[in-house]
Design a protein around this ligand. Structure first.
Ligand code: NAP
Length: 496
C-alpha cells in the first residue's frame, strides 16, 4: 500500500481560483477519466483504489472468452481513441491493457493509493472527511464516486455449496490455477457472461453443463478483424478514425438504444426478428424450444453472440433446464433427480447492482446517512448528485444509462457536467453544491413515468429492474441524456 502521493498538482497556475482537493474513489474506467479531467483543471487530487491495479470490471473479470460486446472503437475515451483494436469487439485483456496504458500516459498512476478501501465519508463544515480500512484519514472538498455497478458478485445461497469437492468460483473471481481442458465443467446462469463462457469452454471440456433458469434472447453479431492496412489508415488519419467511431455510435443509438424505450417500436421488432431467426439455427427442436424465451427481446440485457448457439450444440455440451435443488460434493442435483457430476463450477450469476459506493458509510450534511436515504432503492438527481450530500458526485450512479452501448461516453458526459458544478466551487461562486430534494423528486417521477413504455417492464426479471420492479436505469432517450449533461440547471441546485 502506498501513501497518498506527495507530488500532488498544486493549484498555483489558476489565479483567483480556490485551491481544491478532490478524492476519486475507484480506478476503473470512470475513475481514470475523472482523474484525467481533474488534473486538466489543476485540481489537487488523490485516487483511492482498494485493489492493486487499475481497470475496474476489466481487472476483476478475467474469465475465458471475456470480451466487450460494444464496438471497441466507440468504447474508448474521446481524448484517447485507439486505432489499433484488432476486431470490431475487443477481448477483455486488450481492454484492460488500454485502461492501464491511458492511466500511465495521463499521469494518473502516481496519484492512486492502491490496496486500501474507503470505508467512511463524512461531511462537515470543513468538507469531506475520508477514512480507509487501514485507518488513513484525509480531508477533501470534492468527492467523485467511480465505484462501478457490476462490482459485487451475486453468489446464490445454494444448499450444500460449501460441500462441493471440485473448484467453485464466481465468474468475476476466476481461479486460473484450476485446469479446464478435459474437465467436467458446469456454469450457472445464461447472461452475457455465461454465454461467453459457453462459447469458450464447451469445446475444451470433457463435458459442459449450462444450468439455465431462464432462456435469453441472443442477438447475432459477427466480429470481423481489422486488417493491418485499416489500422495503419486509422493511425495516419484521426479524422477517419473518428468517423468510424461516430458511425458505430449512431448505429447503436438509432437501433438498440431507441428500441428499448418503446416496446412498440419498429427497431425492437427488428431486433426480435433477428433474434428469432438466429434461434432457428438450433437444429434440435427440443433444445430450440428450451432455449426460447417467453418474454420480449431486449427485456433482459441482450446477449450478443455469434457462437453461443453453436457452442451449446457441441457434442460435449448440455443445456440443463431442470432447476437446481442443491449442490453435493460431486456436483449439482437438479429437480428431476439427476446428479450432474462436475470438476469445476462457475457461477455466472451476476452482481448486486444496488451497492454503488456502499458498503462504505456515507454521512452527509446534518448526519444524513446514505443507507437511510437509499433504504428502499438508490436514487440520484440525473444519476450524479444526491440532495444533502454536497460536492459528492457519482459516475454511473443510480439510474444512469446502461445497455449495449458505450459506458465510456456516458461517463464522459457525466464528468463534463459535474466539472461545471466543480468550476463554481473553484471560482468561489459557492463552497458547496447539491441537488434540491424537489429536483430529485421531479426527475424521479418523470423517469418512472417514462419507464412505463420501456421494454424492461414487459414481463421479465433482470438486473435492470429494482426491487420494486421499476427500471433502475435512464428511461429517456440518449439524446435527452446528452442534452441534460450539457450544462447544469442551477435552479435545481442548492448552493452555499
Ligand atoms: P446477469 O446478466 O445478471 O445474469 C445472471 C444469470 O445468473 C442469469 O441467467 C440468472 O438467471 C442466473 N442466476 C442468478 N441467480 C441464480 C440462481 N439462484 N439460480 C439459477 N440461476 C441464477 O449476469 P452476467 O451474465 O454476469 O452479466 C451482467 C452484466 O455484465 C451484463 O448484463 C452486462 O451488462 C455485463 N456484461 C457485459 C459483457 C459484454 O460483453 N459487454 C459481458 C459480460 C457481462 P435469471 O435470468 O433466471 O435471473
Amino acid at each position: 500500500m502506498n501513501d497518498v502521493p506527495k507530488d500532488r498538482i498544486e493549484d498555483a497556475g489558476s489565479p483567483g481560483r480556490r485551491p481544491l482537493r478532490a478524492a476519486v474513489i475507484g480506478a476503473g474506467m470512470a475513475g481514470i477519466l475523472a482523474a484525467v479531467k481533474l488534473r486538466e483543471r489543476n485540481i489537487d487530487l488523490a485516487v483511492f483504489e482498494k485493489a492493486d491495479s487499475v481497470g475496474g470490471t476489466w481487472r476483476d473479470n478475467t474469465y475465458p472468452g471475456l470480451a466487450c460486446d460494444v464496438a471497441a472503437h466507440w468504447y474508448t475515451y474521446s481524448f484517447a481513441r485507439n486505432p489499433d483494436w484488432d476486431r470490431l469487439m475487443a477481448a477483455g485483456p486488450d481492454i484492460r491493457a488500454y485502461f492501464e496504458r491511458v492511466a500511465a500516459e495521463r499521469g494518473v498512476l502516481p496519484l492512486i493509493r492502491f490496496g486500501d478501501e474507503v470505508t467512511r465519508l463524512e461531511y462537515d463544515a470543513a468538507g469531506w472527511q475520508l477514512t480507509t480500512a487501514a485507518g488513513y484519514r484525509d480531508r477533501f472538498d470534492i468527492v467523485i464516486v467511480a465505484t462501478g455497478v457490476l462490482h459485487h458478485p451475486n453468489i446464490p445461497q445454494f444448499e450444500g455449496l460449501e460441500t462441493f469437492e471440485g473448484a467453485v468460483f464466481h465468474s468475476a473471481r476466476w481461479d486460473h490455477d484450476v485446469p479446464l481442458d478435459g474437465k467436467r465443467i458446469g456454469v450457472v446462469g445464461t447472461g452475457s457472461t455465461a454465454a461467453q463462457l459457453t462459447s469458450a469452454l464447451a469445446p475444451r471440456s470433457a463435458h459442459f453443463s449450462l444450468f439455465q433458469r431462464t432462456p435469453q434472447w441472443v442477438m447475432p453479431r459477427p466480429n470481423p478483424e481489422y486488417s493491418p492496412e485499416e489500422k495503419a489508415a486509422f493511425r495516419a488519419d484521426p479524422a477517419a478514425l473518428e468517423a468510424l467511431v461516430q458511425q458505430l455510435r449512431s448505429k447503436t443509438l438509432e437501433g438498440y438504444a431507441t428500441a428499448v424505450l418503446d416496446y412498440d417500436s419498429p427497431q425492437l421488432a427488428e431486433i426480435e426478428r433477428l433474434c428469432r431467426e438466429h434461434l432457428e439455427t438450433v437444429r434440435d427442436p427440443d433444445l430450440r424450444r428450451r432455449l426460447t424465451p417467453d418474454y420480449r427481446a431486449a427485456c433482459k440485457r441482450l446477449v450478443i453472440s455469434d457462437d453461443f448457439y453453436r457452442a451449446i450444440q457441441h457434442p460435449n455440451a448440455e443445456l440443463v433446464t431442470s432447476p437446481i435443488v442443491r449442490i453435493e460434493p460431486a456436483g449439482i442435483r437438479t429437480a428431476d433427480g439427476t446428479l450432474h457430476e462436475l470438476d469445476v463450477l462457475a457461477l455466472a450469476t451476476g452482481f448486486l447492482v444496488d451497492r454503488f459506493i456502499r458498503p462504505a458509510k456515507v454521512i452527509g450534511r446534518g448526519g444524513l446517512d446514505l443507507d437511510d436515504v437509499w433504504a428502499e432503492v438508490p436514487s440520484a438527481y440525473l444519476s450524479v448528485t444526491v440532495p444533502g450530500f454536497p460536492n459528492l458526485f457519482m459516475l454511473n450512479g443510480p439510474n444512469s444509462p446502461v445497455g449495449n452501448f458505450s459506458l465510456i461516453e456516458v461517463s464522459e458526459r457525466q464528468v463534463g457536467y459535474l466539472m461545471q458544478l466543480i468550476d463554481g466551487v473553484q471560482r468561489g461562486d459557492y463552497r458547496e453544491v447539491s441537488a434540491t430534494p424537489e429536483a430529485l423528486d421531479r426527475f424521479e417521477a418523470e423517469r418512472q413515468e417514462a419507464a412505463k413504455r420501456t421494454v424492461w417492464v414487459t414481463g421479465c426479471n433482470s438486473w435492470y429492474l429494482d426491487k420494486r420492479g421499476v427500471p433502475s436505469s435512464w428511461t429517456f432517450s440518449f439524446d435527452r441524456f446528452a442534452q441534460e449533461m450539457t450544462a447544469p440547471k442551477m435552479a435545481d441546485f442548492e448552493t452555499r
